[in-house]
Design a protein around this ligand. Sequence first.
Ligand SMILES: [Zn+2]
Ligand SMILES: [Zn+2]
Length: 83
Amino acid sequence: MSPQLKPTDPAYWMLTDGYETVPVTHSAFCYICNDPEYAQMGLPLCRVCPSCGGHIAADDCECDDCDFIEPDGPDEEQLCLPS
Ligand SMILES: [Zn+2]
Ligand SMILES: [Zn+2]
């Protein structure tokens, strides 16, 4: 007998639909694109490059395909501070 999560459980949302992120791009070489759990947990996914339509990884701010740097990438990690 495995305990069922109740709707009041803090982890319950992970089991419900509606938090799924819809992938907008895909790279065969990207671990985020190839792990469906990222989308299922509603985490930020990789983005489409506004310059070439290529792939920008969710944990990066630089396009894999054309080296375009997204000026406002993920703020929380502060990955894209000018150096
Ligand atoms: Zn990706
Ligand atoms: Zn690009």
